[in-house]
Design a protein around this ligand. Structure first.
Ligand code: PEP
Ligand code: MG
Length: 582
């Protein structure tokens, strides 16, 4: 086994050691080639044999799942087994092989395209769900025809896996979240894409942007993911393996040490109480929220409820979802962000393809263009507000007009609930995400009009520096401490303070402990991050005296040279502030 290193972009710290599991996208990779007349029978036989093989594979998976009591998968596997036996599907594939004299993989693709087109013409949610089943079965057959392993389900039980994929969509990452993978490597992706954010929230070491990873790494190769440097070491020597095992033990020890500060009050050495809130995607995240003693939810990304499905969640489903979280965290503040769909977070609500998704009909723009969809969500959030401290957060506001329209729709949702005699918090606060430079430049006006502000640094950086956050070819230019970004943030914080409005930072910057002191010096007292980062940031807060940061932060904000800013940030992180929590 050859030993080599690959370099990419680190998205989540730590060391993972495991065996590679290659995720393929067989349906995209299918090639078309002609079969000679004399070989057609052989090709049909190959297809039939593969269908039998997949059938046996699925039956085994079904048995495995039942053995470990995961009966919820039984129905799904039965549907797939039934589809494999569907004579219409199989007969049509065989007819295509014979009439078009093409390879079986191509025939499956043609047959699948035909069925998907038919499904798309029927407006019925049950039928739409079946479409996904057909796609999954076709993918499974195609992989088997290509000689690729299909055993993801049995691998899901394996804790020792490093996933190697071309890309992982946020929707896929959500599924993977419930399995225990040791690490991710993807061929494309930027460090601030939503997939990277999810990887960080899983707290597992991950690297993106290693082109050809799936060509160079083979299934079951031993892989070390060094999440600090963005290096993947394939089939390491015993010496290197030992070295990394030691590093991993040190990392685990560091994590355990952090546990000591879980119960400490979040306050600086000069007694400023700082709020450490959590960013969540779904209810299942509440365990880590509680484990890390978050002060509340500073950003609930509701769009994840709209993913991996063909139908829109109705008002009741949304209400159940939101209110369950509100009730579980009784007395804690929950900031529910309205649907931020589009760009790299495609959901069932996105019906049109945009030529430039990051600048297209996404987030609040999409909701305002679909008032029924928006009103349904607003009613659900308002209903949940009767059970606790809920705030509404609007993503990607870019103009006064949008804000006015949004407020009008919130009013309409309130009136309809009053008419229906349904309880809600009549004084619910409405805040805006500051992620478009046009708003940050004019923060004074927006601070006056909104109840609170939340700086979404991920998008603010993307739009200020004109860098697609998902594009690895420009990710070296993505710079969270770019002087222009810091100036926009400083203006926003100043405006919020002027009108006595709460301002938080909820982008990835809030969870980066290297930036905690800078943000504290800039006046941020509310940080919202994925829960796995809370203790790392807290450690910084406990050892910081904000008073001592004032001069140096002002100096940073007056500087236009990125290198000087970097040096000054290093300096504030190194300086000792009287005493240490340890
Ligand atoms: C942001 O843009 O900083 C943010 C928090 O929102 P998201 O990452 O979901 O776009
Ligand atoms: Mg955003």
């Amino acid at each position: 086994m050859s030993n080599f290193n690959l370099h990419g972009l680190s998205v989540s710290n730590g060391i993972a050691i495991g065996k590679a599991y290659l995720l393929s996208n067989a349906l995209i990779e299918v090639e078309h080639f002609s079969i000679e007349l004399k070989d057609i029978k052989k090709e049909v036989k190959r297809y039939k044999k593969v269908v039998q093989q997949v059938n046996a594979e699925l039956s085994k998976i079904k048995k495995d799942f039942l053995k470990i009591n995961r009966s919820e998968f039984e129905g799904l596997i039965n549907t797939h087994l039934m589809m494999l036996k569907d004579r219409n599907f199989n007969d049509d594939v065989i007819k295509i092989i014979e009439s078009k004299r093409c390879n079986a993989e191509w025939a499956v693709k043609i047959q699948l395209d035909k069925i998907v087109l038919r499904f798309d013409q029927i407006d019925d949610s049950y039928i739409k769900e079946r479409k996904l089943d057909v796609i999954q079965v076709a993918e499974r057959i195609t992989k088997a025809l290509l000689g690729q392993t299909n055993n993801l389900s049995s691998r899901q039980l394996d804790n020792n896996t490093i996933l190697i994929a071309h890309d992982i969509s946020p929707a896929d990452a959500l599924i993977f979240k419930h399995n225990h993978y040791h690490g991710f490597i993807t061929e494309i992706g930027g460090t601030n894409s939503h997939t990277a954010i999810l990887a960080r929230s899983l707290s597992i070491p991950s690297i993106v942007s290693i082109p050809m990873a799936r060509k160079l790494i083979k299934n079951d190769d031993v892989v070390i993911v060094d999440g600090y440097s963005g290096t993947a070491i394939i089939n390491p020597s015993n010496k290197v393996l030992k070295e990394y095992e030691q590093k991993k033990d040190l990392w685990d020890l560091e994590q355990k040490k952090l546990n000591k500060i879980r119960h400490f009050k979040n306050q600086t050495l000069d007694h400023r109480r700082i709020l450490l809130m959590a960013n969540i995607e779904e209810k299942q995240d509440l365990k880590t929220v509680k484990d890390n003693k978050a002060d509340g939810i500073g950003l609930f990304r509701t769009e994840f409820l709209f993913m991996n499905r063909d139908d829109l969640p109705d008002e009741n489903e949304q209400f159940e979802n939101y209110s369950a979280i509100v009730k579980e965290l009784a007395n804690k503040e929950i900031v529910i962000r309205t649907l931020d769909s589009g760009a790299d977070k495609m959901t069932v609500a996105d019906t049109k393809k945009s030529p430039n998704p990051a600048l297209g009909l996404r987030a609040i723009r999409l909701c305002l263009s679909e008032p029924r969809l928006f009103l349904t969500q607003l009613r659900a959030i308002l209903k949940a507000s009767a059970f606790g401290k809920v705030k509404i957060l609007i993503p990607m506001i870019s103009s006064i007009d949008e804000l006015k329209q949004t407020k009008l729709l919130i009013e309409r949702a309130k009136q309809s609930l009053t008419k229906d005699k349904i309880k809600y918090d009549k004084n619910i606060q409405v805040g805006g995400m500051i992620e478009v430079p046009a708003v940050a430049i004019n923060a004074d006006f927006f601070a006056k009009e909104l109840d609170f502000l939340s700086i979404g640094t991920n998008d603010l950086i993307q739009y200020t520096l004109a860098i697609d956050r998902t594009d690895d070819s420009v990710s070296h230019l993505y710079n969270s401490i770019h002087p222009s970004v810091l100036k926009l943030m400083a203006e926003t914080i100043k405006a919020a303070k002027k009108y006595n409005k709460q301002v938080s930072v909820c982008g990835e910057m809030a969870g980066d402990p290297k930036l905690t002191r800078l943000l504290l010096g800039m006046g941020v007292e509310n940080f919202s991050m994925h829960p796995a980062s809370i203790l790392h940031v807290k450690k910084q807060i406990l050892s910081t005296n904000i008073q001592k940061l004032k001069n140096i932060t002002n100096k940073i904000l007056r500087t236009n040279e990125p290198e000087v800013i970097e040096t000054l940030i290093l300096k504030i992180n190194q300086s000792r502030h009287e005493q240490n929590y340890e």
